[in-house]
Design a protein around this ligand. Sequence first.
Ligand SMILES: [Ca+2]
Ligand SMILES: [Ca+2]
Ligand SMILES: [Ca+2]
Length: 482
Amino acid sequence: MYFCARKQLIIYKPLKIFQLIMKVKSLLFVGIAMMGIAFTSCSKEENLFDNEAAQADVYAKYSANFVKKYGPIDPNQTWDFATMSPVYLPKSSAGSVTRAASDVVVTRSDENKIIINKEVLDWMHSEMTAGHDNSTKGQSFTFETPGNDFTVVPIYQGIASYRWELWVNIGGNGGVGGTDTKIWEKGHEISYRTSAESTTWITPDNQGVPDNAYEVKAPITTFSSASGLEMFFYLKVYGGNNPAGGSKVTSLQPMKMIALEGAPRPKSVPEDYTATIIGCEDGADKDFEDLVFMVYGKPVPTIKYHEDVDVLEAKRYLIEDLGGADDFDFNDIVIDLQRYSTVRNKFAGPEGNVQYVGNETLSEGQRAVIRAAGGTHEFTVKIGGKEIWKKSSKYSVTEMLNTGWGGAPIDWNAELAVIDLDANEWNATTNNIEIVVEDSKGIKVVSFPDRGDVPLMISVEPNTLTNWMTERKDIPTDWTVW
Ligand SMILES: [Ca+2]
Ligand SMILES: [Ca+2]
Ligand SMILES: [Ca+2]
């Protein structure tokens, strides 16, 4: 019996801008050898060398075009843009269940504002005393929708150097489904006046609304939905290490938001309505007055305290299969690798004086989710050297999936395939993912690029700001937001 040696060739491109690893492997030889048929020579070897040369040629052209388009690459340029910011979600009731988006009707107009009078502001300042640790007044929570309309309005903006947006998810189950709505962003359409006599409404800067403000005027957002849906608020924070808004402050994390029932309602809200105010902490001093908003309704949604939450950390890998030398759509394979866990946040003490006393991981796992495949070649995904999925196992290899080809709609939440991984199989630090592409020129292996290389793969934070490109649309030069 005779085996052709499996050969791995590493070609160093000029200036070491990339390593293209091409494996010369003839499955045919292995297959026949396993059947016990002897070979006396590897007559195909010459051809395979030609294939290597052809692949290297495409890569050299790709590299030249890449530099022409995006400019010379800084030797320290890293292609790992994901921050792995944990996303906190209500604990899923039955694992990774799919639930249709809930019907939520949102009514909003920037002209539709209410005045937050001094009595409300005074109550807020007495409960969320600036510079004090107010964390004992609450714990991780969601709301349950009441079935009647309810309204959300920002009432106070503290000092903050980052930009943030206030969002709400209604009806999600373990983060799957539900409706996400942006309610407000820092500084938008909010103003205050300093006295009853003043006719000037001032827009707050980074110093926020001053504590002696007499009244605040802010835009309202009203929601209609079915009753009994889970609802949680979160902030997307932009700036610092999170240019893509990767960091989320949510009501499900301990020490990030507190909800206080029994707040006085603004004067223009009918008497039989009830109100809850929610304070957010974007720093470390636990005063929860960096952003304060109010929810009111008849009645206001009910608070539900949560000890167990699901935590998801993920990276999205955008990959080129080198089908051509002038195409940088990076959508030939789009795959999210996820680490998920259920964490119990422990609180102790009587209501009103609750202390956060740490957390414990109840369960954890990893999985891969194929989101799109905008190439026309067979490929195999490997994690840590182990094959986990092959395109032909489920789809035609020539079919471009979920990348908008021919005007087809793109589903940004599509799960073309979900593959459970062993715990710790994916290493988020070393990015131990490889894609083995098979085309007419042979086999090539795309791995995560080193610093300064011309990339065939980048990683980004998986969110709406980093949705993948449609076919043949080059990825923009700002690698983190587009
Ligand atoms: Ca604070
Ligand atoms: Ca491509
Ligand atoms: Ca493509």
